[in-house]
Design a protein around this ligand. Structure first.
Ligand code: ATR
Length: 279
């Protein structure tokens, strides 16, 4: 019998996950279909009820449901609790549980693409929204030396740093996203990560003092449309190692795939499917 997997979100048509997972399921000849489900916020509870009744095999969850879905599940993993959001729903016996593979996916991708780990490094994170929560957790879980969280709206950075403080000893320093303020810490940064939406469709930061970064610094961007964002392009031109956002999408998906199917995900096939879908 065919089992159903899928992704829920609103909107959902832009999601690349169906192509990525379908390619992997086909390659391994597994008896699943992975479908996009357009679920509006008011429909979320009913959808999860339906997922239970039909015994859907698993789900990915994207904007705007990553936080709200928690109340409809039977439990969540420690990682999902720390991040405060769920991106993967799976069955454990009769319980429908939530996990979050974003942080692990990010770390896997940094390791695979650049052989790099934030462990004992100084990290500057730009942005304090949903995506930043997973990145903060990834950094603190690997025991970074220092984390600076810079956001346009300082209050939001404060909320995120307080949240993380419940789980981790390492304090997060916060700063406004202003070149004049950030320039003092730039010479110490080993890893600069953009988690904001700046870079989407070619939009750009103004006045980020990249020239002050040390030569060894890695510049990472979660935005993957375009793959080479203006930030990454400038960083590459200046000779820094750069890390594209597509890797996190790939590896968070690969981890979900493994949770649902118990099979080792065919990473190459999944990456090719993502690249085809982006083209
Ligand atoms: P996501 O779930 O993708 O992180 P989000 O929660 O809406 O989306 O967060 C978007 C992030 O991008 C926030 O950090 C936001 O800054 P504010 O908290 O000040 O809104 C940041 N952001 C969006 N547009 C920006 C811009 N033009 N300049 C700087 N930061 C921006």
């Amino acid at each position: 019998m065919i089992k159903i997997l899928g992704i829920i979100g609103d909107p959902i048509s832009h999601s690349l996950s169906p192509q990525m997972h379908t390619a992997a399921l086909r390659r391994l000849r597994l008896p699943y279909r992975y479908l996009p489900f357009h679920v509006k916020p008011a429909e979320l509870g009913r959808f999860i009820q339906m997922a239970r009744e039909c015994h859907l095999a698993g789900l990915n969850v994207t904007i705007p449901h990553k936080e709200k879905i928690i109340r409809y599940l039977d439990g969540i993993t420690d990682e999902a609790r720390r991040i405060g959001a769920v991106n993967t729903v799976f069955w454990k016996g009769k319980r429908l549980l939530g996990d979050n593979t974003d942080a692990r996916g990010y770390l896997h991708s940094l390791k695979e693409d650049l052989e790099f780990s934030p462990r004992r490094k100084t990290v500057l994170i730009l942005g304090a929204g949903g995506a930043a929560r997973a990145i903060v957790d990834a950094c603190l879980a690997t025991r970074v030396r220092r984390v600076i969280l810079a956001n346009r709206t300082l209050a939001r950075a404060k909320v995120l740093s307080h949240h993380a403080r419940q789980f981790w000893k390492t304090p997060i320093e916060i700063a406004p996203l202003k070149a004049g303020v950030l320039k003092n810490c730039f010479p110490d940064i080993d890893l600069l990560i953009n988690t904001t939406s700046v870079g989407l469709s070619g939009s750009r930061f103004h006045n980020l003092p990249l020239h002050l970064l040390p030569k060894k610094a890695v510049v990472s961007d979660l935005v993957y449309r375009p793959r080479m964002t203006p930030l990454l392009r400038e960083a590459r031109q200046r000779g820094f190692r750069v890390h594209e956002g597509l890797g996190m999408l790939l590896h968070q998906g690969a981890l979900s795939f493994q949770i649902w199917t118990g099979q080792r995900p065919p990473l190459k096939i999944m990456k090719t499917a993502l690249l085809d879908a982006l083209r």
